[in-house]
Design a binder for this molecule. Structure first.
Ligand code: SF4
Length: 223
């Protein structure tokens, strides 16, 4: 089976099992971006608490994030962990947005490659966060790679360069048509599958990918 067909098959099996995931869980694009920064190295439940605090304090907007003292901002986002660093990251993003008259449409105007470079030049935004913003806020087609994607693709026997973000991203970008809605759903499905079945200790029994999984087939042949 070609790589393209394999990737399409994985998507179909995951979608048939879990259905649409309705990502990203945010009311509007600016909130999505704040969530993408806050979710670095922490679980989403912690991010939700921090975002609720920001909303209740009335500071979930670029102007307020620039104006609020950094220590107060850190206190509001404390539930998300690494809160002093993340407070500086949120401020850095809000400050960069000021260069675009606080308009996400203006920030997102360049093509995908230029936008990615622009985002990566902002303090605190690495490849996964930049790509999440491009896909889920700017709605441009880029494949987001995270720890779940690495783990699942490794176990499926399709991750030849484990841990390398660019290599794994290229595998999807080079073998799937660039469809923003499919990339949106695919990444969300990987996260769902990584949380529910393909955990650190995988629950292979009944897994929707078991028929094509290298790890599962290896385990079975060892029995
Ligand atoms: S069969 Fe097991 S290792 Fe393979 S994808 Fe499913 S849960 Fe992960």
């Amino acid at each position: 089976m070609s790589l393209n067909r394999k990737l399409e098959r994985i998507y179909q099996l995951l979608f048939d099992r879990y259905g649409p995931q309705h990502w990203w869980p945010a009311d509007e694009p600016f909130e999505m971006i704040v969530g993408a920064i806050l979710t670095q190295s922490t679980a989403w439940t912690n991010v939700e608490k921090a975002i609720t605090n920001l909303k209740q304090a009335g500071v979930l907007n670029p102007l307020s994030l620039r104006q609020i003292p950094v220590d107060q901002l850190a206190e509001l986002i404390r539930p998300s962990g690494y809160y002093n660093v993340k407070a500086r990251k949120l401020k850095a993003f809000a400050e960069r947005l000021e260069d675009h008259q606080d308009s996400l449409n203006r920030l997102f105007a360049p093509d995908l490659i230029e936008l990615r470079q622009k985002l990566l030049s902002i303090y605190g935004i690495g490849p996964e966060t930049a790509d999440s913003i491009i896909l889920y806020a700017a709605k441009k087609p880029i494949f987001v790679i995270d720890a779940y994607t690495h783990r699942i693709m490794d176990r499926l026997g399709l991750n030849s360069d484990f841990g390398n973000y660019a290599t794994l991203q290229a595998l999807f970008m080079d073998n799937l048509s660039h469809d923003e809605s499919i990339f949106n759903e695919y990444h969300a499905l990987f996260v769902r599958h990584g949380k529910e079945s393909c955990r650190k200790t995988p629950a292979c029994n009944g897994c929707c990918l078991s028929e094509i999984c290298h790890h599962n087939n290896k385990s079975e042949s060892a029995i």
